[in-house]
Design a protein around this ligand. Structure first.
Ligand SMILES: [Zn+2]
Length: 683
């Protein structure tokens, strides 16, 4: 690993000192820090794929780079300013403040977002902000590394109360510190937090004081800390929290709130997804991390059962998760209400994170497919085009008349309202009283280059298509430079050039997404392969020459998505999809007809349309819209009867229908929204 030694910087010395403990797996933490991916599976014995560090991938112009730049320049600084305003930084300084209990977690996520954003980007102002926040944190740590402000205010009660908030904040601070180490080589915060965790591990866990993870996330952080330092105690503590905590002995175990968050069912015994959506999926992420290190077969069976339950019964077509707004929980099978659903932005993010881990355990495209679906739809809908406004929840149907005050007084979602700034729920907002989604969006966007590629001993895996330059090496240590050029997801063509190649054979694993009927591949300008399978990785193994060019062309028709008949609310409807993008109808594009009166005629095969995909450069930074023919009924006023013995007039008037990507809705003022559209019966 010559490359790693060259990259070792002076600032790594302190982390080398940190890793001098009993590194049971012989990891060399300092050497690997800046070569570690976002979720570092490079030494994970049960990972089939190994992710690459963020610095190995530079995004070119395109879909995600535009959003990533807005994230770094606008969203991340704005969130820090808002946290400062509510006192989250004063809380860390020990000054009077009005910050919420878990505000340290917001700061931890912010550090993670800023660190990943600064990887490879020159943003001096953001770097300055990150330094300032780190200084505040470093100055605020207690002897023993304690950094939780509730501990300072309430100790020792807070320490004895090691549940939700305490470990939740520690988990996010740890993830921030690890990102800071991997992206910037700054290990100061990581050193302090490692001693904090050492103290926690000494007092709590198996055979000691009871401890449990109220809002999971610490499990992921503990496994990542183990990956960073090689200290097995962190992995053992993760195991304790995931599999061994006796939940029946937790004070208040029968409490509704506890049951709601933790479900009361030990993770290893779960066979269906229940409880708070974000908690449930974060728990899956931590368990998947633990599996990647240990190969625990029972845990793997649990993970697959839960994934199947999610994807076959409990996930929105957008990759969103969570259908019970009052408790923010996952509902029963097929209980996926469009308007009253919840689908928190954080839950879609957790869906991305979980699938990324399962992908690395298996190399199976179904997990990358799910990750891409959640990424382009349920996740991205959570942030506005300008990077300054957010959705906490992401419904699939919304009515403009219920936005603003009307909605906030309504009966729909008291909890989300409680968490909102009071401006209403179906309009994007600059912040929420519980602002978890904001830095969560920011850290994922910032880390996104790390989600494009992985390696295995056989070669390089391409998971996501985007203009980019991968400059890394094969697992045998030979240099690889792979350049990708594409306007995906707006076009169906991807060009790749291999600028540096190993001497021997190397496989390229190209993802053929589930949504395409097929693809053609050309090599150096000549037809090479036609693919009729989808939802797979296509392996091209050969001895490459520098300058070899691959061109992939996916069939990317506008497709109708039909719901399982048990989704009663969507009976007789379809949704439109083109590539990875789920589309919706918004009233701002249909000034003369309510989007709720539109029907799509379909042919004998159930295909609507035809729809034309049109790139509109001036619409929200450039979007592909779908334009086709629909039917509309006579305008029905709100004075019309609710029920009648006569059928209501069938829509007959031909009208133009325009669909926009679901993620883009709500950027042009209050509006009616629907993803599911009634259709005629196939002839
Ligand atoms: Zn959230």
């Amino acid at each position: 690993m010559v490359l790693h030694v060259v990259l070792l910087s002076v600032s790594m010395v302190s982390l080398l000192a940190l890793s001098q403990g009993p590194a049971e797996k012989g990891r060399s933490a300092g050497n690997e820090s800046r070569s570690a991916g976002v979720v570092c599976t490079s030494s994970s014995p049960f990972a089939r794929l190994h992710d690459v560090p963020l610095r190995a991938v530079r995004l070119g112009e395109g879909f995600w780079q535009t959003r990533r730049a807005t994230n770094a320049r606008t969203s991340i600084p704005a969130f820090l300013a808002s946290r400062d305003e509510v006192g989250a930084l004063d809380k860390l300084r020990g000054r009077p403040n009005q910050a919420r209990g878990n505000s340290d977690a917001d700061v931890g996520k912010w550090i993670e977002a800023a660190s990943w954003a600064l990887q490879g980007e020159d943003e001096p102002q953001l770097r300055q902000l990150l330094d300032q926040v780190l200084e505040i944190l470093l100055a605020s740590s207690e002897p023993g590394g304690y950094l939780h402000t509730a501990y300072r205010q309430k100790m020792p009660a807070a320490l004895a109360d090691l549940k939700g908030g305490h470990l939740y904040c520690l988990g996010h601070l740890l993830q921030g510190a690890i990102a800071c180490s991997r992206a910037a080589g700054d290990n100061r915060l990581l050193e302090i937090l490692a001693s904090y965790v050492d103290n926690v591990v000494e007092r709590f866990g198996a055979g000691r004081q009871l401890c449990w993870s109220g809002h999971p996330n610490i499990e992921m952080a503990l496994v990542e800390l183990y990956r960073t330092t090689g200290r097995k105690r962190y992995l053992d503590f993760a195991r304790y929290l995931i599999l061994e905590t006796d939940l029946t002995k937790v004070p208040g175990a029968r409490d509704v709130n506890f049951q709601h968050y933790v479900t009361g069912v030990p993770f290893g015994s779960r066979r269906e997804l229940r409880g708070h959506a974000v908690c449930a999926l974060y728990a899956c992420c931590g368990a998947a991390d633990y599996y990647l290190e240990t190969g625990d077969a029972d845990l793997w069976r649990t993970l697959l059962a839960l994934w199947r339950d999610l994807t076959h019964h409990k996930m929105y077509v957008t990759g969103g998760v969570g259908s019970l707004p009052a408790t923010e929980a996952i509902g029963d099978r097929y209980d996926l209400p469009n308007e009253r659903g919840y689908a928190e932005t954080c839950a879609a993010i957790a869906n991305v994170m979980w699938n990324w881990r399962l992908l690395h355990a298996t190399g199976e495209a179904r997990f990358a497919d799910m990750m891409e679906l959640a990424l382009y739809n349920g996740f991205l809908s959570g942030v506005s085009w300008d990077g300054l406004r957010y959705f906490y929840w992401n419904p699939l149907l919304s009515r403009a008349e219920r936005t603003g005050a009307a909605r906030s007084e309504g009966s729909v979602n008291w909890l989300a309202h409680k968490k909102s700034s009071g401006l209403g729920l179906d309009v994007r907002q600059p912040y929420f009283q519980t602002p978890c989604c904001l830095p969560n969006v920011q850290r994922l966007l910032a880390a996104l280059p790390g989600y494009l590629y992985s390696t295995s001993p056989a070669g390089v895996w391409v998971h996501l298509y985007h203009s980019s330059r991968l400059a890394w090496h094969s697992e045998a240590g030979e240099e690889i430079v792979l350049v990708q050029n594409t306007k995906y997801p707006w076009t169906n063509t991807i060009e790749m050039t291999l600028e540096r190649v190993p001497a021997g054979a190397l496989s390229l694993f190209l993802r053929v997404p589930y949504w395409t009927p097929g693809a053609t591949i050309r090599l150096n300008g000549k037809p090479f392969r036609t693919i009729r399978e989808s939802g797979v990785y296509d392996e091209i193994r050969r001895t490459w020459a520098e300058g070899d060019r691959i061109e992939i062309q996916f069939d990317m028709p506008v497709r109708a998505v039909y719901p399982n008949p048990r989704l009663r609310e969507n009976a007789g409807c379809l949704a439109l999809q083109c590539g990875p993008i789920i589309y919706c109808l918004e009233s701002v594009d249909h000034p003369n007809t309510s989007v709720f009166d539109l029907i799509l005629p379909v042919d004998a095969e159930g295909v609507p349309g035809p729809f034309t995909a049109t790139f509109e450069p001036d619409l929200l930074g450039g979007l592909v819209t779908l334009n086709g023919a629909g039917l509309a009924g006579p305008s029905r006023s709100t004075e019309a009867k609710l029920y009648d013995f006569q059928p209501f007039d069938a829509p007959t008037e031909r009208v133009l229908v325009k669909a926009i990507p679901y993620f883009a809705w709500g950027n042009r003022g209050p509006s009616d929204l629907t993803v599911w559209i009634p259709r005629t019966r196939p002839r």
